[in-house]
Design a protein around this ligand. Structure first.
Ligand SMILES: [Zn+2]
Ligand SMILES: [Zn+2]
Length: 327
């Protein structure tokens, strides 16, 4: 099978021919139709996160159909499934037992420790595959599987929060804005300074205000959700939230956070991170997205163009989400 492989951190993708994998007990073999590109892929490629297994086939917003199954009755051959970042958990550590499998001590992540979706076929633990809503084609649904899902986890962390700020208006924010609007919240979108296209895109999707990170929204925020991987945004966002408000860091990696005066944290403001996803997050988001009328904006690349898709994401040239189509 054709696959895009990364041999080591800091390397480049290579289009390789690999043997088609065989599903072990409890696993399914999935014929991949689409795989969404995520900023985490850049962190895997760059070696910003260091628990990966190399060589690896990245890609963790995988949409495909079950082609073979090994002792899995719940997912017959032909079932359309989504394979997310959380690929496997131990089931018995303190986190798994407390409903926090996203923090599992022995978790395995798709496209990082298990081969992922930039390939014609992938093997997945059947218990971690999602059924997908019918109102979306394979390309449109892919971005929901990480950008949507981990974004949704971050949104839930924000609690009621009627006034929300999104920092970095890419893949996740373009989905989350639609959900937050549907929930009746006010969305303020922060982009790189001067990114007028990104700001217009945010307004089209229902943001009440959009501007650069050096500007201030028209009101203090109840919660700021940071999708951009820039640590400088943390103290900045802290000055944009009200007393008792939260700054939620939704990315897996961020540059160092500069020091800041304690008075900016004072008033019971909170800084927290969001890590990974639970299967319950996925089930909830995939049921909610069609009800909220979420539409994803996708730019489509071929498997061989995966490096260009990542370059475009890195350069901030993607409007919405990049998705690799596997023919
Ligand atoms: Zn565990
Ligand atoms: Zn991701």
């Amino acid at each position: 099978m054709k696959a895009m492989q990364l041999d080591h951190p800091g390397g480049r993708f290579r289009l390789v021919d690999l043997p088609r994998p065989a599903p072990g007990p409890g696993e399914v073999l999935v014929r991949v139709q689409a795989c969404g590109v995520c900023r985490t892929d850049l962190h895997v490629v760059d070696g910003d996160i260091t628990d990966g297994r190399y060589p690896i086939v990245p890609g963790h917003q995988v949409v495909g159909t079950v082609a073979d199954a090994n002792g899995v009755e719940a997912l017959p051959v032909g079932t359309r499934v989504g394979i997310p970042w959380l690929g496997h958990t131990c089931g018995h550590c303190r986190f798994c037992l407390q409903g926090a499998e996203n923090l599992c001590d022995a978790a395995e992540f798709t496209g990082y420790q298990r081969n992922g979706g930039y390939a014609e076929y992938v093997v997945a633990d059947a218990r971690f595959c999602f059924h997908l809503p019918s109102g979306y084609d394979d390309l449109q649904v892919a971005p929901l599987l990480c950008a949507g899902l981990i974004g949704y986890r971050a949104l839930r962390m924000a609690g009621e929060a009627p006034a929300l700020g999104f920092y970095g208006f890419g893949n996740a924010a373009h989905i989350l804005t639609q959900i937050a609007r549907w929930q009746g919240r006010r969305v303020y979108a922060f982009t790189r300074d001067g990114d007028v296209d990104g700001q217009a895109f945010a307004r089209e999707l229902g943001a009440a205000w959009a501007g650069g990170t050096s500007e201030s929204a028209p009101e203090l925020l109840d919660a700021a959700i940071l999708f951009a991987p820039a640590g400088t945004l943390v103290p900045l966002a802290l000055t944009h939230v009200r007393k008792g408000g939260q700054v939620i860091c939704a990315g897996i990696h961020m540059s160092d956070i500069p020091s800041f005066p304690y008075v900016d944290l004072w008033g019971e403001r909170v800084i927290r991170s969001v890590a990974n996803l639970t299967r319950a997050d996925g089930v909830e988001l995939l049921a909610l997205a069609p009800r909220a009328g979420v539409r994803t904006a996708v730019e489509v690349f071929s498997l061989a163009e995966t490096p260009q898709a990542l370059d475009a994401l890195r350069a901030g040239r993607i409007r919405g989400a990049a998705v690799v189509r596997i023919d």
